[in-house]
Design a protein around this ligand. Sequence first.
Ligand SMILES: Nc1nc2c(c(=O)[nH]1)N[C@H]1C(S)=C(S)[C@@H](COP(=O)(O)OP(=O)(O)OC[C@H]3O[C@@H](n4cnc5c(=O)[nH]c(N)nc54)[C@H](O)[C@@H]3O)O[C@H]1N2
Ligand SMILES: Nc1nc2c(c(=O)[nH]1)N[C@H]1C(S)=C(S)[C@@H](COP(=O)(O)OP(=O)(O)OC[C@H]3O[C@@H](n4cnc5c(=O)[nH]c(N)nc54)[C@H](O)[C@@H]3O)O[C@H]1N2
Ligand code: SF4
Ligand SMILES: [Mo]
Length: 705
Amino acid sequence: MQATPAMGKEFWKSACPHDCPSACSLEVERLSSTRIGRIRGAAANSYTDGVVCAKVARYAERVHHPDRLKQPLQRVGPKGSGQFRPISWDAALDQVAEAFQRATLRHGAETVWPYHSGGTMGVVQRWGMDRLRHAMGYSRQKTTICVTPAESGWRAGVGKLLGADPREMAESDLIVVWGGNPVSTQVNVMTHVARARRERGAKLVVVDVYRTPTIEAADIGLVLRPGTDGALALAMMHVLLTEGLVDRAYLARHTDFGPDIEAHLADKTPQWASAVTGLGVDEIVDFARLYGRTQRSFLRLGFGFTRSRNGATAMHAVSCLPAMTGAWQHRGGGAFFLRFDRWGLDLTRAHGLDLIDPTTRIMDQSRIGPVLCGEPDALAGGPPVTAMLMQNANSANVAPESASVARGLAREDLFLCVHEQFMTATARYADILLPAAMFLEYDDIYYGLGHTHLTVGPAVLDRYEDCRTNHELICALGRRLGAPAERFDMSAVDLLDETLRASGKGTWAEATERGWIDCAESFEASHFMSGFPSSDGRFHFKPDWSAVGPYHAGLRALPDHLENHEQATKALPFRLVVPPARGFLNTTFSETPGSKKREGEPRALIHESDAARLGVVDGSLVRLANARGEVRLRARPALTAQPGIVIVEGNWPSDAYPGGVGINTLIGADPVPPNGGAAFHDTAVRISLDQLIVAPRTSPASRAE
Ligand SMILES: Nc1nc2c(c(=O)[nH]1)N[C@H]1C(S)=C(S)[C@@H](COP(=O)(O)OP(=O)(O)OC[C@H]3O[C@@H](n4cnc5c(=O)[nH]c(N)nc54)[C@H](O)[C@@H]3O)O[C@H]1N2
Ligand SMILES: Nc1nc2c(c(=O)[nH]1)N[C@H]1C(S)=C(S)[C@@H](COP(=O)(O)OP(=O)(O)OC[C@H]3O[C@@H](n4cnc5c(=O)[nH]c(N)nc54)[C@H](O)[C@@H]3O)O[C@H]1N2
Ligand code: SF4
Ligand SMILES: [Mo]
């Protein structure tokens, strides 16, 4: 019943577990109980629509990779050395449980910090860790590294993370991809865009800071300076108002718009925005007119433009646009960022929500460096962190201020258990390193954050070697640590089945049969026709930032552009942007041959005029530096961003850099207002020539995908 024979091959249903809003429904070519062939997208899922990215299509490279961790390991060399010896699961689990108990006796339970990130996004395999956390009273995690700045801006205006069904893009006349690069990061968006272009002659506008593959695919590409999107949105609103392109009836009925906002926008002219953004006045006016004159205009908002210290306010300013024109009222109109709220799942048992002690401290995931280095504000008034379990996370490479992450992970008084699939930069610091199963070997359900489906991923393969799933590790530790037994003795399938039943969403068997559960709401609900999901049912041009998060000082109750980002100065004259690479998913896939071949090596894309001034040619070794540290890598002169901007694509393992120091060394860990998150694309640096390398190590033309 699981198999769907096609072309003489056996394809099994599953779902992609990775940290990507597409959460694709998959069909996995199963060659035997231990081997897969190709993976393709499920054609019958109306969002996946038969398409997956190249890196997952060739997943055989990852699941059958010879370097996969296959047995529990105990550290024998110095911390971070990567020197281990094998031990048994029982001995490893005993050591972890004893270390957590010892730490608890000494400092209290809050000294233990279970930590997860986006390796798998499963309901049980990712978030099940919280059941252990809450049962034991361990410190809580504020999960900020990815979504929070964007989320804050969206919540400020709209109220909840909901929006128009992204499949409606196919019915739009104008699609604006703002600060996202879906060709690389969520390819399925492009399927629906392509349909609108083919069937309706729709236009695609893309707003970015360099010429991404998505910009290359666009009708209009706007390349602005990093952190200036708020200014562009304000000037667009100015044009919409002065040219009579706003829907006054809609504004009056559905928003808190008033003369004060109109007065505020009066001097946000295209000339003003041109000076801020570096775009031409005509570019701004033409875009505003096109937007204002198109009823079915769909804003597909990415994360990229919000990864700045002014990112939440920029998101809010941009999200004002469809409220101004009333685009929300039309099919194929409105906006979508992410669907986080209202999945209708009762997670009480799976995530142990009934076990939460609200007095337990919460620490910010993005600030793991300051937390482990003992900065008092990062510790939220609690004891030092002296024991950690990390699952699904490669913080040594991905977190900001990575020099302090490394210092913290190397602390002699920290006991670190890492559960991983590969020997990552983080895994090297482990005291106990446990081998993790891959999604093809376990069962789970995933949130389609970029669409409306819960996608269902039953196991396809037998277990590899001595690997265990995240769920199994959490249960084994829960039992050893004396947590309530009945909460730690269920299989993942039993827990998922119980969760679905408690949520009125059928059973696990039904869900696997279909492959997904579509949670789409009606047009009226998803377009907020009878009210926005905010405190008063209106869209807020005048947000109450204090209700969104604690760092609201300086944020005004207006659509605003803030200059609180890192400014280029004489000492640090360049702005650094660090967007994703197409072949990787954060650091995941940086180990697979196909992705490595595609990406080559880390490169700093420097504007040709800047490169000429610095004496930099293709392949020159350069140093990017600021007060946080210094990173060495090769340069490539390019006409891709505005002058003064340097782009380093891809979250490479630190050992891919000539100096062994990764790019996030340069990124700040200060929380983005008003509710935290990391300003990955908001960094001032200096560039200096290291030494001239005449022959580049890899040819930039060797791009495969
Ligand atoms: N291939 C691949 N896919 C991925 C990932 C990956 O690493 N690789 N990561 C996954 C994850 S975890 C996430 S959260 C998503 C992220 O997916 P996206 O929404 O695409 O977000 P970002 O990665 O932050 O960056 C997107 C774009 O924003 C641009 N940008 C940066 N600063 C600014 C700015 O100030 N203004 C504007 N307008 N644009 C700016 C960047 O240049 C980049 O092209 O992708 C997921 N998918
Ligand atoms: N320079 C720069 N830095 C960034 C970003 C950026 O754009 N630029 N983006 C940021 C964003 S948006 C995000 S979300 C974070 C992501 O940061 P992370 O979520 O830490 O992402 P990964 O580096 O992919 O690490 C996930 C790890 O989980 C492991 N894993 C996968 N599946 C499983 C599993 O089932 N069980 C266990 N135990 N482990 C598993 C993988 O092998 C991998 O090593 O990075 C952030 N850092
Ligand atoms: S990484 Fe994204 S696009 Fe690729 S298969 Fe997974 S969900 Fe789909
Ligand atoms: Mo992310």
